[in-house]
Every structure is written in structure tokens, then in C-alpha cells.
Design a binder for this molecule. Structure first.
Ligand code: ADP
Ligand code: MG
Length: 678
């Protein structure tokens, strides 16, 4: 049987078992996947410099004629070094190749090559080590740079790639119609795949990448939309719109903001529909999503339906449990906690309560949707800080019970255009305003020189009865010069924070220990929490009014914003001090944005402008299928076009069942795991 695009990669000419294993390490299992092993960048051999002009200790492209190869030398540790003398007429240079006898053998005396590698030495004696090379008479001087693995060189990948493309050339296919190609100004697929690997010119490479990035964005959009329409089966929990939530909202200690009210209305209306709700509740930290979730639980319980609220960590589960009980128990809604660290006996008793329908709202970690928990009538599933749950998990949740309604809450505001892709399987409610009277957190960016003054300020606030966080990027000291919580805490206890109670909190601590520390902090027994980003998500201690972030350059805008959201949650004037000695433009800009705005949507807009959408896609937290091209090559314009195109395609053919869309559908299924799209 001839090798096809979907045969095992081993059967590709020149691959075989051993190299096949190496390809598998790169996630490449078939010629098709090899073709989609897209170069991260290119090496432009046209930019060669004379040896005499090579920049020492940097990578250079040289045009060299090999004049003498020396026999391989074996040195200790089994390492083999091969050397050859070469020249370009301006100067001589030594080519040094480590542990690649095979690659070295291919070099011929008397032959001229373009070589790319790090040049070292001095002006008397230069060497280039382990260069990538092509023959000087090669037609294409722009060569791809691939993500490699040990034992798999660029040259091998290039040779195998030619083979794979050869197979595809025999039966080329196209996923988009000529109309779409024309309308969106896209190059044909076959041409694009050839030119992404072996571009005729820079422009060709760019044009190819644009097409392939468009494809990926389109597939993503379509996949998400199909998931959305698939979850539109009818739910067993169509609720009664005449049930009133007024009693609940009037009983709250505050008036809901307009956005909160709107979100509650949208949710209630979803809950009364016969298709399950599939909604994202987006709102900045502190915007009051929990109160909205509580209203939803209230409405469900008055409809005789159970709710489950799932948090990513035990700390947050406990906190939500307390908040929700506080909101709901006065109305006779029974709330229980269920987490992994509870005793077996206690868990069993909660499970019984759930089964008997004596519990209306269960709060916990993902343990609450495990098989051994039998709900009497689970009709509403809420997940908090949903960016920790992936698309696949969302889909799995939909299958639980009789298609319950789902609400996911995210405190990571995302610009709408992007949200439409990343959360394309969901409807969106957004809370864009903070409750009245909330004072923005005053933010200052300073250098390390001002550290002791900053701590003077922290001590003042502590003396007034407030509490503080100090955030460091690392847990343990390492070779990097970043601050680590462990040593930082020791030093602070003897120095800047002498006489104050401090405690450590980081991700490597046992759950019970973390919970205990958080509890002590919440109770005010601990004044300063010295922590890593574990405090990033959802922690709510209103008395904490100061945060110091060390090595602030290490954190992205959205992350800084998340961290900062831990303070300013009570009525107190609050501050955030960013300490960094980094003076790169990028860092300075981030610090400026942080000090000038506290609007999470604005910050994510800026983040998008600075880093491009790729970083949002690449962020594993969204749980999107991994993108290979769009994460580095897309821009807003392309994203918007792909969005329009997806919409048009789906309007015409919602499940991509028409023959002309078959190839595209296959592609969508390949991007998503098959069990999601089905
Ligand atoms: P988040 O959206 O970050 O989850 P929370 O739900 O934890 O925010 O709310 C933050 C704080 O604001 C809580 O202490 C909550 O009780 C309070 N809160 C929520 N809504 C309002 C409101 N409309 N007016 C005043 N305070 C509110
Ligand atoms: Mg929250």
C-alpha cells in the first residue's frame, strides 16, 4: 500500500522506526502532521557576511568553501568532535561539529556552502560551531527553522518534508471554496503549505502564513460554534419564570449594580428556556460575580433544582461556601461544602444529603461532579474562574445529568472580539462596572532603591490595622536573581517587617497548610502574607489594603491586574506598589498602564495591543486546542475576517454537512479532539 498523508510517519521514505519515535516526540505521527509542523521562523542565507566581518559570539551567515576535513576526534564522555578548515577568501575559519558525524560526513572538500552558526574566537583564529548549512548552489536561500528534538536535524526534517509534500501534491486538496479564497484574499492551500516550508521569497512565506493562520482561526471559530449548537439539546430543567428573585435581591446588604441586574435577568431567562444555558459571566475582580451566582442558585432552588458551584482550589471553594451560605441561608436555601480534604465520613454525609435532595447548593472543587456524587436534580452547574477549566472539560460537564444549565465565571476580562473566539461556545454576560463607592487601588511603580521607603509605607498601613500581601515570582532561591518567597520571608522577618506577624503561602504547600494560613490571614492573625501568585485567583480579604509586587517585570499586564485585585476589596484606601529594576520599553509601558488605570477591560485591550492575540490563544488557561500558526502569526484584522467568514459559512451550513464543506469539517475535527465535535 502506498504511503498516504495519514499513514504512520515511519512509513515515509527515509524515516523508519527510530526517527519515527523522534517525530512522535514532536507530536508528529503522520506525513500530514509533518506538513503542519510549521517553521517558527526562517533563516535567510542571503544575508551572509564575510568571515572577516563576522560578529564574534553571535550567529552569522557565512559563505564558506571547505578545504580540509580532519578526522573525527573522540573525547571523554563519548563526545565526538569533527573539524574542518574553510575559507571565503577574506579569512580562514574552523568549522566545529559536535556529536554529529553523519551531518559532518555530508560536507565535501572543495564544495561551497552557506553556513549559519555561532562564530567565536578572535581576529586571528575564528570558529563556527555546529552550523546549519546548505549548498551554495541551492535555489532557495530562505530556509525554515523548525522546532527540533535531539537527533532530528533541520536537514532531516527538510528532506522528509519534501517527501510529505510530494504525497500531498499527488492528491492536493483544498478546504475553502474558490469564492472564499477570492473574497478573503487567500492563497490556495497546497501553494501555502509548499511556501510555508520552502518559500520562494519573504512575501511568499508571509502570504502562506496568512492563509494558514486564517484557516486555523476559522477552524477554531467553527469548532466552537458547532460545540455550542450541539449543547442545545433540551434540558430537563426548564424553570418557571414566575418564580421571583426580588425577595433575594432586596435582602442583600447592597443594591445590585445595573450590570449585575442585567446579568441576573439574562441568566434567569436562560434558565427558563428549554435548551440548557451555556453562559459566560465576565467581570473584573471585585465586580460582584458571586452575588449574581447566588441569585442564580436562589432562583434554581426555588424551582426545586439543585446547583453546584465548582472552584479551582480548596481555598476558593471554602470562601465561596461562606459567601453563598451568607447570602442564601437566610432564605432557607441549604448550602453545603464538599472538598477532597474533608474526612470520608463527612463527605459521605454530604453525598447522602445531595442524593436525598436535602442540599440545594453544593460548593466544592471538581470533586463535586465526580461519578460517585449522585444528584437528585442537578440543574445548574457554575464554575468559577473558568480559565482553569478547558473547553474539553466544559463539554464533559454538559453531559453530566440531564443537560444542566451551565454558568462559567471569569475574572479575566477579555476584549469582546477575542471573547467571541475564545468563548465561542458560550453566550456572554459582562459586568463592566464596579459597585459604587469602590476606591480604585492607587498603584505606584518604583525601583528597588525605594524598597525600604515602600516598606515604611507598608508598616504605616499595618499599624493602622490593615493587612498586606507581598508577592514574589519564585518559591525557592534559584540561579536567577528573582525574589523567592522562602528567603524573602526570612529576611523580611528580621528586617523590613520585624515585629509584624508574617506567613508564607505558595503552591507547593500542602492544601491543608494553605487553607490554614489563609484562614489565619482572613482572621487577621497574620498581618502580612508573603506569597507567590497562588493568591491571584479570587481570594477575598477585605482588610488587606496594601500589596507589594517584587520583580513586577515578570508578570504580564493581566496577571498584575489580577494580583492587584486582591486589595481594595473593603472600604479602605488601598495601594499596590510594583517594584522593578527593569527598564525595557515594554516593562516601562506595562508599569505605566498599571499605574494609570484600574479598568480590567481596558487593561486587556492594552495587553492585546502590545502582545497581539496570539498570546491569548497560546495561554493554556483557556483550554483551547493548541494552535500552531495563529498563535504567532495572526493579527486583529485577520481574526475579524475569519470571524465573518465562519459566520457566513455556518449560516449557510450550520453543521458543515454539505459536500463542499467536508474537507473543512475534517480539518475542524482534527483541531478539536473528535469526541468534542463528534
Ligand atoms: P468577584 O466578581 O471578583 O467574584 P465578588 O463577588 O467576590 O467579586 O464581590 C466582591 C465584593 O463586593 C464582595 O465583598 C461583595 O459582597 C461585594 N459586592 C458585590 N456586589 C456589590 C454591590 N452591588 N454593591 C456593593 N458591594 C458589592
Ligand atoms: Mg470571585
Amino acid at each position: 500500500m502506498p504511503t498516504t498523508l495519514f499513514s504512520d510517519i515511519e512509513y515515509l521514505k527515509g524515516v523508519g522506526k527510530a526517527r519515527g519515535e523522534k517525530y512522535r516526540k514532536l507530536g508528529v505521527t503522520s506525513p500530514y502532521e509533518l506538513i503542519y509542523h510549521i517553521p517558527r521562523d526562517y533563516l535567510d542565507f542571503r544575508t551572509h557576511v564575510p568571515v572577516a566581518g563576522a560578529v564574534l559570539n553571535e550567529y552569522n551567515v557565512l559563505k564558506l568553501t571547505v578545504f580540509r576535513k580532519m578526522p573525527p576526534q573522540r573525547i571523554k564522555g563519548g563526545l565526538v568532535i569533527c573539524k574542518a578548515a574553510a575559507s571565503d577568501g577574506t579569512d580562514d575559519i574552523l568549522i566545529v561539529v559536535y556529536n554529529n558525524v553523519y551531518g559532518f560526513q555530508a560536507l565535501r572538500e572543495g564544495e561551497t556552502y552557506y553556513m549559519y552558526g555561532k562564530v567565536s574566537g578572535n581576529f586571528l583564529r575564528k570558529e563556527i560551531s555546529s552550523p546549519v548549512y546548505i549548498k551554495a548552489d541551492e535555489q532557495v536561500l530562505i530556509q525554515p527553522k523548525y522546532h527540533l528534538t535531539q537527533g532530528l536535524s533541520v536537514n532531516m526534517i527538510r528532506a522528509n518534508m519534501q517527501q510529505a509534500l510530494e504525497i500531498m501534491r499527488r492528491e492536493p486538496f483544498e478546504t475553502l471554496s474558490p469564492d472564499i479564497l477570492r473574497k478573503y484574499d487567500l492563497a490556495p492551500l497546497m501553494w501555502s503549505l509548499e511556501n510555508i516550508h520552502f518559500p520562494e521569497s519573504e512575501l511568499a512565506a508571509e502570504t502562506a502564513r496568512r492563509r494558514l493562520a486564517f484557516d486555523e482561526l476559522l477552524k477554531l471559530q467553527i469548532g466552537m460554534s458547532i460545540m455550542k449548537s450541539r449543547s442545545r439539546r433540551s434540558t430537563a430543567y426548564k424553570m418557571d419564570p414566575s418564580v421571583d428573585t426580588d425577595e433575594f435581591t432586596k435582602g442583600l446588604p447592597f443594591e445590585l449594580t445595573d450590570d449585575q441586574k442585567k446579568a441576573v435577568d439574562e441568566i434567569v431567562s436562560d434558565l427558563c428556556s428549554s435548551v440548557p444555558m451555556n453562559r459566560l459571566l465576565q467581570g473584573d475582580v471585585g465586580s460582584g460575580k458571586t452575588a449574581v451566582a447566588a441569585a442564580a442558585c436562589y432562583f434554581a432552588s426555588k424551582n426545586g433544582v439543585q446547583s453546584a458551584l465548582m472552584a479551582p482550589t480548596e481555598i476558593l471553594a471554602v470562601q465561596h461556601f461562606k459567601t453563598l451560605s451568607g447570602f442564601l441561608e437566610p432564605f432557607g436555601v441549604r448550602v453545603s461544602l464538599l472538598t477532597g480534604s474533608m474526612t470520608a465520613k463527612k463527605k459521605a454525609s454530604v453525598r447522602e444529603g445531595i442524593e436525598a435532595g436535602e442540599i440545594d447548593v453544593v460548593v466544592g472543587t471538581h470533586a463535586i461532579i465526580q461519578k460517585d456524587v449522585e444528584y437528585r436534580s442537578l440543574g445548574l452547574v457554575i464554575t468559577d474562574e473558568q480559565h482553569r477549566f478547558g473547553v474539553a472539560q466544559r463539554a464533559a460537564l454538559a453531559e453530566k445529568g440531564d443537560y444542566p444549565h451551565k454558568l462559567v465565571m471569569s475574572a479575566t476580562p477579555i476584549p469582546r472580539t477575542l471573547a467571541l473566539i475564545i468563548y465561542g461556545d458560550l453566550d456572554i454576560s459582562a459586568i463592566t462596572q464596579l459597585p459604587k463607592g469602590r476606591k480604585p487601588v492607587k498603584t505606584y511603580a518604583v525601583t528597588g532603591k525605594l524598597r525600604s521607603r515602600a516598606f515604611g509605607f507598608v508598616r504605616e498601613r499595618l499599624d493602622e490595622g490593615r493587612q498586606a500581601y507581598v508577592v514574589c515570582p519564585m518559591i525557592e532561591e534559584s540561579e536567577s536573581e528573582l525574589f523567592a518567597v522562602k528567603t524573602y520571608a526570612e529576611n523580611a522577618a528580621k528586617g523590613d517587617l520585624k515585629g509584624y506577624t508574617t506567613a508564607l503561602l505558595h503552591g507547593k504547600m500542602r492544601a491543608a497548610e494553605k487553607d490554614k494560613t489563609m484562614q489565619l490571614f482572613r482572621d487577621g492573625e497574620i498581618q502580612v502574607l508573603i506569597c507567590t501568585t497562588v493568591v491571584e485567583v479570587g481570594v477575598d480579604v477585605p482588610n488587606a489594603a496594601v500589596m507589594v509586587i517584587e520583580n513586577a517585570e515578570r508578570f504580564g499586564l493581566s496577571q498584575l491586574h489580577q494580583l492587584r485585585g486582591r486589595v481594595g476589596r473593603g472600604g479602605f484606601e488601598s495601594s499596590c506598589i510594583l517594584i522593578t529594576d527593569n527598564t525595557t520599553d515594554d516593562c516601562v509601558k506595562r508599569m505605566k498602564i498599571m499605574s494609570s488605570t484600574s479598568d480590567g477591560f481596558k487593561i486587556s485591550e492594552e495587553d492585546l495591543k502590545m502582545r497581539g492575540p496570539g498570546d491569548f490563544f497560546g495561554n493554556a488557561q483557556h483550554g483551547l486546542p493548541p494552535l500552531k500558526i495563529a498563535d504567532i502569526a495572526c493579527n486583529m484584522e485577520l481574526m475579524n475576517r475569519a470571524q465573518v467568514c465562519a459566520k457566513e459559512l455556518l449560516e449557510d451550513d450550520p453543521l458543515l454537512e454539505k459536500p463542499q464543506n467536508r474537507a473543512l469539517k475534517m480539518d475542524v475535527m482534527r483541531l478539536f479532539s473528535k469526541d468534542i465535535i463528534g
